[in-house]
Write a protein that binds this ligand. Structure first.
Ligand SMILES: Cc1ncc(COP(=O)(O)O)c(C=O)c1O
Length: 374
């Protein structure tokens, strides 16, 4: 049974409205809401429905299994899964009308085989590696794979619905790789066009590019983090986005300790005066990074404070000084920031990471509680 004292409250209206904001930022393009990794920790299905309510026409996942879960829940929009490791359930995906991202030449044959097996035409998005050097077909592989895809299309086995790529540094406006990748993508599109491919959608933009690079919008944008209200570029002004997740918990207990008390494992914090210590029942088992020891920001009893001592598996402590807390006190680790609580961006800044990691790592032990209308 999930605990009732803590929750990750998810504001579904924020997710829909963020999606609508992003759609307005890319007026000529459709929106693919990215819901991989359990909707960046927000809950894949509710997030997907909220994005669709906000105007997304496509949804994107990393893995086929995630897309199958969406289909199984009755989501009928086009879905793309773009990482196909060995033993990926390709035939199941083809049966479920899930579009498949192709990053290796041999996948064309595999997918065509799945199309024969299932009797359904497979939908494929060829992914060009334009410089991220992660997934995607290299410039060397692109012409032969495009040709193989065109043949499989002529045979009626596949339909190339999309051509796409992914940026390495779109979160660093002005980075020279942005223009280089955009131009490499244009070249890849030209080669595909010459081979006779006419995709429904060409797509390149993640959240950062959706917000800052109109020239990269093409037919479809693929925002993930921005849909959840977090900025892909720290400090980017006037995004109009609202963070959707608030992580909070009841305070488990408050105790008075003398000056010089070592607190939590390893005594990495020592009280410099007699102090009230609050026990916050969330720890690294819930996704609170252990690196937040002595640094993580947290609002307790309405005031912003700092974690005192080591973050344990299920709990951490906060030195309240002489403050006392009212009845049923609460701790807010992060939220939209409207009431003085820290944000996921504050946590990321403190820990030298990105807000993506802060929200996505909140574990299944923390119940997601949904509010707003998706
Ligand atoms: C291929 C692809 N497109 C889009 C996204 C969404 O990126 P972001 O969350 O930065 O918008 C991701 C996420 O990593 C991705 O892998």
């Amino acid at each position: 049974m999930p605990p009732s004292f803590a929750e990750a409250r998810i504001d579904l209206s924020a997710i829909s409205e963020n999606t609508a904001v992003l759609a307005r930022r890319a007026p000529g393009a459709a929106v693919m809401g990215v819901v991989k990794a359990d909707g960046y920790g927000h809950g894949m299905l509710p997030a997907a429905r909220a994005m669709l309510a906000g105007g997304a026409q496509w949804l994107g996942t990393a893995f086929i299994e995630e897309a199958l879960e969406l289909r199984g829940a009755g989501i009928t929009c086009p879905l793309v899964a773009w990482i196909l490791p060995p033993r990926a359930p390709v035939a199941q995906a083809v049966s479920a009308d899930i579009d498949l991202g192709v990053s290796t030449p041999s996948l064309i044959g595999d997918i065509a085989g799945a199309a024969r097996e299932t009797g359904r035409r497979a939908r494929v998005h060829l992914k060009a590696d334009t410089g991220l050097n992660r997934g995607g077909l290299t410039a060397d592989q692109w012409p032969e794979t495009v040709a193989a895809a065109a043949r499989a299309e002529a045979d009626g086995l596949i339909r190339v619905t999309g051509l796409f790529s992914h940026f390495a540094c779109a979160d660093e406006p002005g980075h020279p790789s942005i223009a280089a990748q955009t131009s490499a993508f244009h070249e890849a599109l030209e080669i595909a066009g010459k081979a006779g491919l006419e995709p429904e959608v060409r797509h390149l933009a993640n959240s950062a590019a959706t917000l800052t690079l109109p020239e990269a919008h093409f037919d479809l944008v693929r925002p993930g983090i921005a849909s959840y209200g977090l900025s892909p570029i720290p400090g980017l002004a006037d995004t109009g986005l609202r963070p959707a997740m608030t992580l909070r918990t009841a305070v488990a207990l408050v105790k008075r300790v003398p000056a010089g008390s070592g607190v939590s494992y390893g005594h990495r914090y020592t009280t410099d005066r007699p102090a009230n210590l609050a026990l916050i029942p969330l720890g690294y088992g819930d996704g609170v990074p252990r690196h937040a020891t002595n640094t993580g920001p947290v609002q307790v009893g309405g005031r912003r404070r700092t974690i005192s001592g080591t973050v344990c598996m299920d709990q951490f402590m906060v030195d309240l000084g002489d403050d006392t807390l009212g009845a049923e006190p609460e701790a807010v680790l992060f939220g939209p920031g409207d009431s003085g609580e820290p944000t996921a961006q504050d946590w990321a800044d403190m820990l030298g990471t990105i807000p993506y990691e802060i929200v996505t790592r909140i574990s299944a032990r923390v119940p997601r509680v949904y509010g707003g209308t998706g």
